[in-house]
Design a protein around this ligand. Sequence first.
Ligand SMILES: *Cc1c(COP(=O)(O)O)cnc(C)c1O
Length: 355
Amino acid sequence: MTEPTWSPATTAVTAGRPEHVPDAPLNVPITMAATYVAGGDVEYGRYGNPTWTAFEEALGALEGGRCLSFASGLAVVATVLDLVGQGATVVAPRHAYNGTVMQLADLESRGRVVVNLVDITDTDAVVKACDDAALVWLESPTNPALEVADIETIAAAAHEAGTYVVVDNTFATPLRQRPLTMGADLVVHSATKYLSGHADAVLGAVVVADDQLYDVLKGRRDLIGAIPGTLEAWVALRGLRTLHLRVERAESNAQALVGRLRAHRAIAEVRYPGFGGIVSIVLNGGADGADLLTHGTRLWVHATSLGGVESSLERRRRWKSEPATIPDGLVRLSVGIEDVEDLWTDLSVVLDGLA
Ligand SMILES: *Cc1c(COP(=O)(O)O)cnc(C)c1O
């Protein structure tokens, strides 16, 4: 019998479960184990854990590849960038996630790699840059500028040039974009965000289609030890079960808010790629206006990070490391799953006072 192809909503609920046999638990337990009885495939707690495996099976099924979980999103970024040869060129978005750009700058300052930061929306320029690069790092949509890359065109050109393609898929999630089907070699996630979705765990993951690449990455994880916490993996899998519901609700809330934000006099610019739950707004009042907003709301919590059930917001340039090309008055909204009218009431009371 051939297995039917389940839809992503079904996969999110069913993947990474124990087999349906009498008295099997429906959920994989939290296996706290530093070591295992000798003679098996795992042997030691740094080499594997059944709770990680369950999370990895579920995310791998959603992305269409084989998954490895890590201690954090940035642990994945470091592990992948470490594969780049000495002195090779890495192409990356100038507005990639701040920590990614900081890692690249750190590597470049130590002579490890040459970094070529590009405008990810300028497909021709990115394609040209791939020519002499070992790796092109894509993030789409970017954080927090919300620029969208033409992944398929860039990946095709990159492969002609023998360049590996990574896509940080944290914002889109596999429900809105499956980079491996678009030509990417590696998909990177901060599972801290939408995948776990409740702002209660820090976790990263990488998904690849190629078995050899999987083995290389597994070998690096074994050696470096940037392994996930068992509880974090369990919590992330628990969150993943409702990914489709959370993403749908955050997205419909975001879509309802975008039109109202665009019409508001206190706002100069609204950036929204048309999908997902992240909206960036630029306040007319610059940094001061943005700070009044982030300190003035009661429902929306002033906090960094994103992708949780609760709505949050922050002025990104409050971080010294955020590039100057991000407007001073840009506030990134992570739209949650609350009642959208309540979200608008809370925002508009403060915005009206600024207009
Ligand atoms: C948060 C984030 C990361 C880093 O992930 P951590 O889990 O915080 O280490 C990487 N990429 C993007 C797009 C992010 O938003």
